[in-house]
Design a protein around this ligand. Structure first.
Ligand code: NAP
Length: 247
């Protein structure tokens, strides 16, 4: 098992990509703390799966865009877990709309949760990792952060910000045993992409060289690789998981 003896914190673990990363980490032997804004069925399923596998799953509730809440919930989780060896900053939202009529609130919410939330959680977890001189941080960016997407200026800016953040934090922590990488998925089937209108989905699928959407497991497998000791010389990288779309 690739992650035996490791402890992982995953934000946005109640569904979609985050839940599958949690499932795969448990399958590989990790003990997982999964965070979302409210209790979920997904968390219950992960807890019983972890029990079957002889490890543990712990549900955390917080809004990662709320600095006070992050401070209390994440600091406590760092204490309870004895410190995390893996952090996956996966929680994210969209508030799509054309730029000229986008409300400031929709701009601010997306930046606050996707980008500032990643910073707030990482700041607490990485301080402990640095003390221990070991850790792997994986941030969820997006192909949209690399190439842009009409109707998603707020989301694209947050995901491009995550790339700059990832590379900079990686440079700060590389000498202290902590690796920081980003994953940039293309079109993955989850609740986030279910809301895309059918016509727009068709156009997206046509533009993918592999002519299909990706699965959550295909993203989670890359997270397992980056979290594990199979990637000990990899830091400050952005791995595209997009069926060739970003090439
Ligand atoms: P999703 O199905 O919408 O799930 C989002 C997760 O984030 C949920 O667990 C949600 O939990 C959590 N979350 C949202 N706001 C939060 C907050 N303020 N505090 C804490 N948790 C919060 O999304 P997904 O499709 O799995 O995407 C996961 C990540 O991959 C996102 O960062 C997304 O931008 C990125 N991504 C996805 C795709 C794709 O095609 N799906 C492509 C590129 C990148 P609750 O709502 O239950 O609290």
């Amino acid at each position: 098992m690739l992650l035996e003896g490791k402890t992982a914190l995953i934000t946005g673990a109640s569904r979609g990509i985050g839940r599958e990363i949690a499932r795969r980490f448990i399958e590989e032997g990790a003990e997982v703390w999964g965070l979302a804004t409210k209790p979920s069925e997904g968390a219950k399923e992960l807890a019983s799966f972890a029990e079957q596998k002889g490890t543990g799953y712990h549900e955390l509730i917080a809004d990662i865009g709320d600095a006070g809440m992050v401070q209390s919930v994440i600091s406590q989780a760092v204490k309870d877990s004895g410190g995390f060896s893996i952090l996956v900053n996966n929680a994210g939202i969209t508030r799509d709309g054309l730029s000229f009529r986008m409300k400031l609130e929709d701009w601010n919410d997306v930046l606050r949760i996707n980008l500032t939330g990643t910073f707030l959680v990482s700041q607490i977890v990485s301080a402990d990792m640095i003390r221990k001189r070991a850790g792997s941080i994986i941030n969820l960016s997006s192909i949209v952060g690399l190439h842009g997407q009409g109707g998603q200026v707020n989301y694209a800016a947050s995901k491009a910000g995550i790339i700059g953040y990832t590379k900079s934090l990686a440079k700060e922590t590389a000498g202290r045993g902590v690796r920081v990488n980003a994953i940039a998925p293309g079109f993955i089937i989850t609740e986030m992409t279910e809301v895309i209108p059918e016509e727009a989905k068709k156009v997206w699928l046509e533009s993918i060289p592999m002519k299909r959407a990706g699965t959550v497991t295909e993203v989670a497998d890359a997270a397992v690789f980056l979290a594990s000791d199979l990637s000990t010389y990899i830091t400050a990288q952005v791995i595209g998981i997009d069926g060739g779309m970003g090439a």
